[in-house]
Write a protein that binds this ligand. Structure first.
Ligand code: ZN
Length: 300
């Protein structure tokens, strides 16, 4: 039987913000998510705790190509691992300049390396496209790719038996904090996201694993909360979109709104900070504003 280990990548020197999952059976070792390159040392230390080094990892399964999930994939590829991902993500990891530049527009070029580390291209011979429903055998384990857009158009939730690794389409929940939807630009799509939640629940999972952060043992309740939170944030944003409020004002108001939600949930300042590290609230303003804009233009 396989074993699932959660490796805490200590993003920004904190616990419980970004996870990588090590799944091992006999001599086969799979990583789901690599985290960013900036937390590479934590990933290596996490592997070491289980008696492994990066070169022992046979395969990396990525939920999507955002830096906090896939930024260190190139290092594992250099160590010989195959990298499995959504076909739409392949060109971006083969030549990451565009991905880097669009992230730099969001985070600011001067913050990029500190946040995410370095990004190098991955040889196409190491990148493997996974279609929806495709099964990937690795040793005696069989993973199934579930295409689950909504957070990102190129998102995959990875299923192993009754465990599903939900990337960001499963939302963010850190320790006993609330369930919230990460909504960065440019792909947020509410209707797709809701369909994706259905796809995951239809597999009748016993446990889901969130990259931000960890194991959830009541998937039905979790997704019901996520569904509500997604509607709540999107509807809140719609009012500001319709009023054409300036983005800086909306960001400030949304920060106040989400802080109040956190406080109502009993989250202390420290936990609120971890949520901001995993899922900055200003980023969800951009993502949801873009969603409403595309919707108004009839493009989605
Ligand atoms: Zn993420």
């Amino acid at each position: 039987m396989y074993q699932i280990k959660i490796i805490d990548l200590h993003f920004k020197e904190e616990k419980n913000t970004i996870a990588s999952f090590l799944i091992s059976q006999n001599d086969s070792h799979v990583l789901i998510e690599t985290g960013p390159e900036s937390t590479w040392e934590s990933l290596v230390a996490g592997l070491q705790q289980h008696g492994l080094k990066p070169g022992d990892v046979n395969a990396v399964l990525l939920t999507h190509i955002h830096f906090d999930h896939a930024g260190a994939a190139w290092k594992l590829a250099e160590e010989g691992a195959k990298i499995y991902l959504h076909p739409l993500g392949i060109p971006h990891l083969a030549s990451p300049e565009r991905l880097w530049n669009s992230a730099a527009k969001i985070y600011g070029e001067e913050n990029m390396e500190l946040l995410w580390g370095k990004m190098k291209s991955i040889s196409e011979s190491r990148l493997v496209a996974a279609s929806h429903g495709e099964t990937i055998p690795i040793g005696d384990m069989t993973f199934t790719s579930l295409h689950t857009p909504g957070h990102a158009s190129h998102h995959i939730a990875w299923q192993l038996g009754r465990n599903i690794f939900t990337g960001d389409v499963g939302g963010v929940k850190i320790s006993d904090g609330p369930v919230v939807p990460p909504c960065p630009p440019p792909d947020i799509h509410l209707e797709d996201w809701k369909k994706s939640m259905r796809i995951i629940l239809d597999q009748n999972p016993e446990k889901i694993y969130l990259t931000h952060f960890g194991e959830i043992t009541n998937p039905n309740k979790h997704f019901a909360l996520l569904d509500n939170a997604l509607d709540d944030w999107a509807n809140w944003m719609k009012v500001h979109f319709d009023n054409e409020n300036p983005i800086e004002a909306v960001e400030a108001a949304f920060q106040t709104y989400t802080t109040r939600q956190m406080e109502q949930h009993g989250a202390d300042k420290k936990l609120q900070l971890l949520y901001e590290y995993a899922n900055p609230s200003w980023m969800s303003v951009s993502g949801l504003m873009r969603y409403w804009q595309l919707k108004k233009k009839g493009k989605i």
